[in-house]
Design a protein around this ligand. Sequence first.
Ligand SMILES: O=C(O)CCC(=O)C(=O)O
Ligand SMILES: [Fe+2]
Length: 378
Amino acid sequence: MNLPESSTKSTTESSTKSTTKSDSLQHPSPTLSISSPSLHLHVDIYKKYVPSDTLFQTILSKTTWYRVKYESARYKNQCETPCYTNFYGGVTSTSPVTPYQPVPDYLAPLVAEVSSLLNTPFNAILLRLYFDGSDNIAWHTDGRKFLGPTPTIASLSFGGGADFQLRKMTDCWPCVSTSAPNSTGVRDDGVDRSEPERSLPVASGDLLVMHSDMQDHWHHRVPSVRSRLPRVNINFRYILPTSGDVGVKGQETYYKYMVYGDHKEEWRGGTIESFKYERLLKVKGSMLGHVGGGEKRKSIFDGASGGGEKERKTTSIFGSSAAKPTSKASASPNSAAPSTPQTDENKYLASNTTVDREVWSDLSEDIRNGIVAEWLGN
Ligand SMILES: O=C(O)CCC(=O)C(=O)O
Ligand SMILES: [Fe+2]
């Protein structure tokens, strides 16, 4: 928030998304914009959008978290969501049957600021607490009818870093169908295996935005990792007020899977199990001990992506792939030994797995494009 205007926007293929709004003087430009209409891939990243950890601490101390339990209609078994959640807002606060919790006062200015930045009047937020590295969210799309055809989804991270991963779909779940234009006629899982997965490291304060038609073509997830410091994610959604019953039902679904699961009445009665961060720390805190003196960020290349799946080729723009010899920036990050000249390029390559906003901005256009092109698999 209120980042200086010095950050430089980098785009590939096209830069159709305008950031030159009338109030752009107050808003930062994305640190990085991925815009590939042919791949339907549209991601903007604002590194360190929130520069301090104050808000993170406030969220941790104030939020009531739920670990939602429900019976899966598909698998007919008891499920528990794989991280702690809560949900606020939505289109209606008046219906006696529709659940609604107002956005807390201390988060309202943030919602207003992100709404203004992205020109989207977000009216709902979804909070997730990944207490440790085992908490995760599986492959999914955020596309829902009541969010409109090309929803802008903003995702703000605090605390421990994570790999935000993307995989291309031939026809996005849940609408996998044999009648899709590019369907082979065989019903499959809809994953486009010809396209490498992407992995974007996100750190505390980073705002990641998916927009345009991306939810129809890409899944995303945050996999388990061997260790991670507690991480909070705020996801900003705009439920269309005009979406009528569909919107109200959609809102209810969010509350079901983020708040009360199959225990709506207990929630209403105030007896559903909930968690405060302090309590979690007391009960589970010792497990964080093995994180040791600090969190170890792992790139997907060293097999720490977790999730128990067979890994496919994944590229990382901020991680070690940036050091692969497909661009001028071909030295290994570790090769930035003391004797290496401290050029911007070398500083970038030496900069761990997280891009340094200043260094990235200072890289020449062709190096940035080379790295982005590599990330896109071009
Ligand atoms: O934690 C994240 O970065 C992503 C969360 C997410 O995808 C969601 O809430 O839909
Ligand atoms: Fe999501």
